[in-house]
Ligand binder design. Structure first.
Ligand code: AMP
Ligand code: MG
Length: 359
């Protein structure tokens, strides 16, 4: 690993369909640790890779930070995984239409946030999209060999609707039978926040936690500079289109169509489904967002991928510290940014970002 450069690449160990799960932006820049201790630790969890990086003053604690994060992430995975039959989420899904289920704090917090983004996005973000996601061959579903019929799409769409999630205290009911909650668009960001809170509780001050492209940073890599993140070019994954300068506590997430997709005939279907139409989202190659927490960034990037630039720009503006970079799925490449991104995004050479109007 080159000094000062943090790079995520490669395939996760346990994704179905051989689909790469790392929906990654790119790399960190800035000098990390100047001592001999490792500056970055990586590990596999939640079907992807996680990494932790510590600033130069505390880089000798990198391994300890990583161990703390791995423990927390595995605990959250055990509760929120759709792939594990014994997870709390699977138990909730198994009781869809059968009355309330008592849930723990992690699942509840994810659902509270998911409902908020359901409202904010006008239903573009919907964690009950599970049956559609599976129908198109993701989250454990089998990839269809031909385009799915309108009748089947409509029938599956009727099983979707976040408003039929009822939260009362620590009890949750899924009011429709056959509903499936899929937290794939939010849980990784949530896990990053939990890890950051735990690290800070234990005295960590300068670090970055990354889980499959959901990142949050605190402090600085060294006194003279802030954490910077390269935004990946969705069409040329080894290139960046620009950099983001991250302030203390800021979070970044990316949603894209270039890592996880299935081919049906010659059509490339992204793993993000528009719950309003039941179809895989087309039109956007990548969306990178900033938010005040990693859970919000995660939910926001998925929401904006569905909504596109105009509607998505308004949702980003409604979130504290929300900002976005959009790359539409067309050539020649265009880069669009929300007004609040202007001071944060430093375009790479040859990239001229256009600002999305707020009106
Ligand atoms: P992300 O990579 O964070 O954008 O999340 C994508 C994942 O979120 C998918 O693999 C699904 O598990 C889930 N998902 C797909 N479509 C939606 C949607 N419209 N709203 C919420 N979650 C979704
Ligand atoms: Mg997301």
């Amino acid at each position: 690993m080159k000094r000062g450069i943090f790079m995520m690449a490669g395939r996760p160990p346990c994704r179905p369909l051989g689909i790469a799960a790392i929906l990654m932006l790119a790399f960190f820049m800035g000098e990390g640790c100047r001592r001999s201790a490792p500056q970055e630790e990586r590990f596999a969890v939640m079907g992807t890779f996680a990494s932790v990086m510590a600033g130069s003053d505390e880089c000798d604690r990198t391994a300890e930070y990583a161990q703390i994060c791995a423990g927390k992430m595995r605990e959250i995975e055990a509760q929120l995984s759709l792939y594990r039959k014994d997870s709390e989420l699977s138990r909730l899904n198994a009781r869809a239409g059968m009355g309330p289920v008592r849930v723990g704090a992690h699942l509840r917090a994810n659902l509270v946030l998911a409902l908020r983004f359901g409202e904010l996005s006008g239903g573009a973000f919907d964690v009950t999209v599970g049956p559609l996601v599976k129908m198109w061959g993701f989250s454990g579903g089998t990839s269809p060999t031909a385009w799915v019929s309108t009748e089947r799409i409509e029938a599956t769409r009727r099983r979707v609707g976040y408003r039929r999630i009822r939260l009362q205290g620590d009890e949750v009911s899924l009011e429709g039978t056959n509903m499936v909650v899929d937290l794939g668009g939010i849980a990784k960001g949530y896990a990053v926040d939990v890890c950051c809170d735990e690290l800070r509780r234990r005295g960590a001050r300068n670090f970055v936690v990354n889980l499959g492209g959901n990142m949050r940073c605190f402090g600085r890599p060294e006194a003279s500079r802030s954490w910077q993140i390269g935004v990946q070019n969705p069409f040329q994954p080894h290139e960046v289109i620009g950099r983001l300068d991250l302030g203390d506590g800021m979070a970044v997430a990316t949603s894209g169509n270039y890592e996880r997709f299935v081919m049906i005939g010659d059509r490339r279907c992204a793993h993000i489904i528009d719950p309003r139409t039941g179809l895989p989202v087309e039109g956007m190659a990548g969306v990178t967002v900033l938010a005040a927490t990693a859970a919000e960034a995660d939910a926001l990037s998925t929401s904006l991928f569905v909504l596109g630039m105009e509607e998505g720009g308004k949702v980003a503006a409604a979130i504290t510290n929300g900002a976005a970079v959009f790359v539409p799925d067309r050539q020649p490449m265009e880069v669009w940014i929300t007004p609040s991104m202007t001071n944060v995004f430093q375009a790479g050479s040859g990239v001229v970002p256009r600002v999305i109007s707020n009106r």
